[in-house]
Design a protein around this ligand. Structure first.
Ligand code: SAH
Length: 257
């Protein structure tokens, strides 16, 4: 199979997780961008309950924690990331109010109307933006907020190569106005949307060669691992070529019904 025909879903999860293990972030994001999104959210205090869904090892969660007073629960399906998250929280002396539990974003372990804020960077695509927004709303208090990043088309038309790649990898990719409309239909007021700057993606891809080198040494001779790296490199090359056409957007919504 050529790397062009594969999608990330074709790889063994152990391979993918091993690749991203011990990284600070597992997707494009940065402290500045997390704080920019947080700046749109009002009314948080020490009683607030926050969930970070698909939190990975918690890079963005620790930023949130240092800039809010409430209790934060990370939800993550991969136990080794949960372990790394809780270690990070402890290292930063945040363990009393910042914890991660192993869980599934399709079936969140919260009560209805329990949360003041749902955070999710680079993760909702696992269950689909629209389905996820609809499913998660009930866990928010009325007037509570959601802040998520999502891969988004920047133009109405795209070159075939990039259109086909994302159509294959994530058919729900769509334009900003369409995503904002989905948010509105799911019962949120889209109070802010902003494009995650390309510098954040460049930073994300610039750490990859070092990761790839270590990973390939560790998995020498493992065909599946080599194919995965080929796929990663292809994805990064496509970003360099077509970054004018797509990228992450932060969508911040407020529950209105
Ligand atoms: N938010 C982090 C990680 C993004 S990667 C960051 O921005 O750096 C997406 C994360 O979602 C991964 O850690 C993956 O293990 C997790 N994930 C994928 N499917 C999941 C599911 N069904 N339930 C919970 N977490 C899931």
């Amino acid at each position: 199979m050529s790397s062009e025909k594969q999608t990330v879903h074709d790889f063994d999860l152990n391979i993918i997780y091993d690749y991203f293990s011990n990284t600070e972030r597992q997707g494009p994001g940065s402290p500045e961008i997390t704080l920019r999104a947080l700046s749109f959210i009002d009314g948080l205090n020490e009683k607030s309950k926050i969930a970070d869904i698909g939190c990975g090892t918690g890079g963005q969660t620790m930023i949130l924690a240092k800039n809010t007073a409430g209790e934060i629960t990370g939800i993550e399906s991969w136990p080794e990331f949960v372990r790394q998250f809780n270690q990070n929280s402890k290292n930063q002396n945040l363990q009393d109010r910042v914890k991660c539990v192993t869980g599934n974003m399709e079936n969140l372990p919260f009560q209805e109307e329990e949360l003041d804020l749902i955070w999710s960077e680079g993760a909702i695509y696992n269950i689909g933006f629209e389905w996820g927004l609809n499913e998660w709303r009930k866990f928010l208090k009325s007037g509570g907020y959601i802040a998520i990043t999502e891969n988004t088309w920047f133009s109405e038309e795209r070159p075939d190569e990039i259109q086909n790649f994302w159509q294959n990898a994530y058919p729900e990719i769509d334009t900003m106005p369409n995503k904002a409309a989905q948010m509105q239909k799911a019962g949120y007021l889209p109070i802010a949307t902003f494009v995650v700057p390309d510098t954040v993606w460049k930073e994300y891809y610039s750490m990859q060669p070092r990761l790839q080198e270590t990973f390939l040494k560790k998995h020498k001779g493992n065909k599946s691992a080599e194919e995965f790296i080929k796929y990663q490199r292809y994805e990064a090359e496509l970003y360099r070529k077509y970054q004018a056409y797509y990228g992450y957007v932060f969508y911040i919504g407020k529950r209105v019904r």
